[in-house]
Design a protein around this ligand. Structure first.
Ligand code: NI
Length: 167
């Protein structure tokens, strides 16, 4: 299992570099990211969150947790409409806030073998892709909140950590 960085860890602000080598080590990283995401449990995880600064994310928004999706070097080609979702993040545990994002997007990415593909997404999948792609440029969903709200989130997390038993 990989360790997930938590806000306000400065490593969450590092911009990810493109993936250029599609080798066995990359495959192992992807498998470990899926295992970490499903165990958390979460619906998406960006490499940035596990302190690997590469343009790579994994997600699965299905109820049955049987639709794993890997996006490497993703680019949004088109976006349309707007939707507001109550978002959460494995790097900001226990915090949920409404964020407005595009309703529909067209994404181009590479799979774990480097093969390019195009994906049209809407609803929760579109939200999740946009949220995870933000991680790759060092942006968190709490950045969309007012500075005052973000400060309250930081204090709440600090309190939660202090209350947690030492391990
Ligand atoms: Ni997140």
């Amino acid at each position: 299992m990989l360790k997930i960085l938590e806000f306000p860890d400065p490593r969450l602000r590092i911009k990810a570099e493109p993936v250029r080598v599609f080798d066995a080590a990359l495959g192992e990283l992807i498998d470990a990211m899926f295992a970490t995401m499903y165990a958390a449990p979460g619906i998406g995880l960006a490499a940035t969150q596990v302190d690997v600064h590469k343009r790579l994310l994994v997600l699965d928004v299905s109820e049955e947790k049987n639709r794993p999706l890997t996006l490497i070097n993703p680019t949004i080609l088109a976006r349309e409409g707007a939707q507001v979702y109550q978002e959460g993040c494995l790097s900001v545990p226990g915090i949920f806030a409404e964020v407005e994002r595009a309703e529909r997007i067209v994404v181009e990415a590479q799979d774990r073998h480097g093969a390019p593909f195009r994906l049209e997404a809407d609803g929760l999948l579109a939200v999740c892709i946009q949220h995870e792609m933000d991680h790759l440029v060092g942006r968190l969903f709490v950045d969309y909140l007012s500075p005052l709200k973000r400060e309250l989130v930081r204090k709440k997390l600090e309190k939660q950590r202090r209350a947690a038993p030492a391990a």
